[in-house]
Ligand binder design. Structure first.
Ligand SMILES: *Cc1c(COP(=O)(O)O)cnc(C)c1O
Length: 379
């Protein structure tokens, strides 16, 4: 069993039932019988371990080429479970362009626990190196950032920081292991909001962590069990099922996204198309070298005379909603929606203007998607 698609469908055989069922059962039991009081059984209590959850944990570890995987109750729970392995006085470098919920966790919670953070421009290796201090333990970033979809180099950053014994932690929600496997490029921990592409159907909130070593696995397992933000057996089952179709869904996401990118690139009402590999900056080479493809999200800056709000109201297929990675196509305006928590000056500094529209491309017919955009924006 070697190919990615074969791994997606089959995962790892941990099915211990005798029924011949071809999918792992949903083990809803919260407790398991001991044979003898002094003999800890393989499974004892469901927070500590559950066969359905373990299936999805092994599935993601296999797909990422990692040592061990962990399933948590949300992407934020997964991110927290990794940050919770650090201690007061530790210093972590973070990208200045990360998911808003992660910023909130860092600024309004972790800093109060006296974990120290320095924000950097993740495209700037010199700035990263200058931020490293004797107590620096990790660097944290998103490989493809949001909403402008610039690509950071896992290879270059991990090669740099590992010389200082600094861990590389990436949130790779936007790419999934189908488009990049960061541990193979030098990262130590990869995190996913599995709510997005990995589950894929807008019906399950979930998070995953994969680590590259036994030492990190022990630390994350301790937090998963001690804090208890586990993914339920039912939600683990849904995620297992979503992951099995990741590749076929991603192929359609990519096909449709490429057609939309091509369409937008030709429109006079479009000032800029933001998509990995066509940014006209240094990140294009990184995208070519480290990503199999740019993914299923495209962000568009419309020229000033386009009334973005009025156009969005005319859309019939695209739904106005945050999130991404699902079967249905979504649009949102980062300025008012996903990034509204940032102060206005900060939004504008990052290039998040009212003319920006982020599109999470779904699995519909691309001709219908283009026709819908065209009737809404081009008249
Ligand atoms: C959605 C998202 C998260 C948070 O995940 P939840 O499942 O909503 O908790 C974290 N990082 C990125 C990049 C995301 O898109």
């Amino acid at each position: 069993m070697t190919g990615f698609n074969t791994k997606l469908v089959h995962g790892i055989d941990i099915n211990d039932n005798n029924t011949g069922a071809v999918v792992v059962p949903v083990y809803s039991a919260t407790t398991y019988q001991y044979g003898k009081p002094n003999e800890l059984p393989r499974w004892d209590y469901a927070r500590s371990g559950n066969p359905t959850r373990e299936f999805v944990e092994k599935q993601i570890a296999e797909l990422e080429g990692g040592y061990r995987g962990f399933a948590l109750s949300s992407g934020m729970a997964a991110i927290h479970s990794v940050f919770a392995t650090f201690r007061p006085g530790d210093h972590i470098i973070i990208s200045n362009s990360i998911y808003g919920g992660t910023f909130r966790l860092v600024n309004e919670y972790l800093k109060e626990l006296e974990i120290e953070f320095t924000e950097v421009n993740i495209q700037d290796l010199a700035e990263i190196e200058a931020a490293i201090k004797p107590n620096t333990k990790a660097i944290y970033f998103e490989v493809v950032d949001n909403p402008l979809l610039r690509v950071a180099s896992v290879k270059q950053i991990s090669a740099l920081v590992s010389q200082y014994n600094v861990l590389t932690i990436v949130d790779n929600t936007f790419l999934t292991p189908y488009l990049q496997q960061p541990l193979k490029l030098g990262a130590n921990i990869v995190i996913h909001s599995a709510t997005k592409y990995l589950n894929g159907h807008s019906d399950n909130t979930a998070g995953l962590v994969v680590v590259d070593s036994a030492a990190l696995a022990d630390k994350v397992y301790f937090i998963q069990n001690a804090i208890g933000g586990i993914l339920s057996p039912e939600n683990s089952n849904l995620l297992r099922r979503g992951i099995q179709t990741l590749a076929v869904r991603m192929d359609r996401h990519l096909e449709n996204t490429h057609k939309l990118v091509e369409y937008f690139s030709k429109q006079s009402i479009v000032a800029k198309v933001h998509y990995p590999g066509i940014q006209n900056d240094a990140s294009d080479a990184i995208a070519r070298d480290e990503l199999r493809d740019g993914g299923g999200v495209v962000t568009v800056t419309f020229v000033d005379h386009v009334d973005v709000t009025a156009a969005i109201e005319k859309l019939k297929i695209f739904k106005l909603a945050v999130s991404l990675g699902s079967v249905e196509s979504l649009v949102e305006t980062p300025y008012n929606m996903s990034h509204a928590e940032l102060p206005v000056e900060e939004r504008l500094r990052l290039g998040i203007t009212p003319q920006l529209v982020r599109i999470a491309v779904g699995l519909e017919d691309s001709t219908d998607l283009i026709a819908d955009i065209d009737q809404a924006f081009n008249n």
